[in-house]
Design a protein around this ligand. Structure first.
Ligand code: ASP
Length: 349
C-alpha cells in the first residue's frame, strides 16, 4: 500500500515537472521563449501558441515565416497558418492569405469567431479586414530579389509538370501537353515528369530556404494545442496551399493523448497526414519518439528522399522527433522541467 502511495505521488511529481511545456520546430528560440513566458504565468495554450508563432512572423524567422519570404510565381508572399485545440477538437486555419501579415491571429479568429475550419485566399483577406487587421503589401526588397533572380534564371525551379513549353527551360505561360503533341507519352509518363519533380524538390527544400514554425503547447490545465505558421515554399504556383494549415498534416492535437506538428515538403507530406498518424500512435501506446518515426517512415516508404521533420509530445510532456532528407533536425523546448529554452536535435536515419 505504501509503495502504491509512493508511486502515485512520484508519478504526480514527474507529471508536474514536465508540464507546462512548449516545443517547436527548428531553432526558433525567441518563439519558444515568448510562448514559455506566457505558459509559466498560467497562460492558456492557445494564447501561448499564438504568441509563439506571432513572434516568428514578426522576426520573419529564416525568411520562411511571415511577410517578405517565399515569393510565388507572381512575386507575392502568401501565408498559411493553423491553430488546433486538442480539448474542444475545434480549429481555425487560413490558407494562401494575401496582404495581411498576422496569419496566426487571423487563424485564431477563424477558430473563435466562426463555425468554419479553414478560410482561404483573397476572401481570407476580406475576413481578416472585418476582424480588424490591416491590409498591406507583404513584399520586401529581399522577396523581390528572390523573385527577380528566379525570373532571370528562366523561372527555375518551378512546380509545373507535363506542360508545354518545357517548364525545365522556360517561364511559360504553360498549357498541359495533349495527346496530339509529339512525345506525349514520354512527357506524361516518363523521365521528364520524374526529373522535374525531383529537381524542384532538391532546389526548393533545404534547411536554408524552407521552414515552418510548428508549435505545441501544454498548459497548466492540461490543454494541448498545436499551431503552425509559414509563407510556404518559394516559386509556388499562385493559389498553392501547403500542409501547414491542414489538420492532421501540419498539426494535430488531442488533449487525451498529445500532439504533433510537421515541417518540410508539404505537397508530399500532407498526403500522409503525419501529425494525425503520430497522435494515433500515441493513442495506441507508442512513445513520442516511436510515433514520430512511424509517421516519417510511412512517407519514406513512398518518397525515400523527401525533406521533412516532425515533433511529437504526449500529455505527460514527454517529447520526441524524427526527420528525413537532412542530416539532423533541430527543435526548441522549454518546460517546467527545464525553463531555459533549449535546442535539441534528432539525427535523421
Ligand atoms: N511545410 C511547408 C510547406 O510546404 C514548408 C516547410 O515547412 O518547410 O508549405
Amino acid at each position: 500500500m505504501r509503495l502504491i502511495i509512493f508511486l502515485v505521488i512520484y508519478a504526480g511529481i514527474v507529471y508536474a515537472k514536465q508540464v507546462p511545456i512548449v516545443i517547436n520546430t527548428w531553432a526558433f528560440t525567441d518563439s519558444t521563449q515568448a510562448a514559455w513566458n506566457l505558459l509559466k504565468r498560467g497562460g492558456d495554450a492557445i494564447d501561448a501558441v499564438e504568441i509563439g508563432c506571432m513572434t516568428c512572423e514578426k522576426l520573419q524567422c529564416d525568411g520562411t515565416v511571415g511577410f517578405g519570404g517565399s515569393p510565388d510565381e507572381n512575386g507575392e508572399t502568401t501565408l498559411d497558418a493553423l491553430l488546433f485545440d486538442g480539448t474542444t477538437m475545434n480549429m481555425g486555419a487560413v490558407g494562401a492569405l494575401r496582404r495581411v501579415k498576422d496569419v496566426i491571429s487571423v487563424a485564431k479568429h477563424v477558430l473563435i469567431n466562426t463555425g468554419h475550419s479553414i478560410v482561404v485566399g483573397s476572401q481570407a483577406t476580406e475576413f481578416a479586414k472585418r476582424m480588424g487587421f490591416t491590409e498591406e503589401d507583404l513584399t520586401t526588397d529581399r522577396s523581390k530579389k528572390i523573385w527577380t533572380d528566379w525570373k532571370n534564371n528562366r523561372c527555375q525551379p518551378n512546380a509545373w509538370l507535363a506542360v508545354l513549353p518545357d517548364s525545365n527551360t522556360t517561364c511559360g505561360p504553360y498549357r498541359p501537353v495533349q495527346e496530339n503533341d509529339v512525345y506525349y507519352n514520354h512527357w506524361t509518363h516518363n523521365y521528364p515528369h520524374r526529373r522535374t519533380r525531383e529537381h524542384f524538390q532538391r532546389h526548393s527544400f533545404s534547411t536554408n530556404n524552407h521552414d515552418t514554425i510548428g508549435m505545441i503547447a501544454i498548459d497548466a490545465n492540461g490543454k494541448i494545442v498545436a499551431g503552425t505558421s509559414t509563407n510556404g515554399m518559394s516559386h509556388k504556383i499562385p493559389g498553392r496551399v501547403g500542409d501547414s494549415p491542414i489538420p492532421g498534416a501540419g498539426g494535430y492535437a488531442d488533449s487525451k493523448f498529445g500532439a504533433a506538428s510537421a515541417t518540410g515538403d508539404g505537397d508530399i507530406m500532407m498526403r500522409f497526414l503525419p501529425s494525425f498518424l503520430a497522435v494515433e500512435e500515441l493513442r495506441r501506446g507508442s512513445t513520442p519518439s516511436q510515433a514520430a518515426w512511424t509517421a516519417i517512415n510511412r512517407i519514406k516508404e513512398y518518397y525515400p528522399s523527401f525533406f521533412g521533420g516532425i515533433i511529437v509530445v504526449n500529455k505527460q510532456g514527454e517529447y520526441g522527433a524524427a526527420c528525413n532528407g537532412m542530416d539532423s533536425f533541430p527543435f526548441s523546448v522549454a518546460s517546467q522541467a527545464n525553463e531555459k529554452v533549449t535546442v535539441k536535435r534528432v539525427t535523421c536515419k
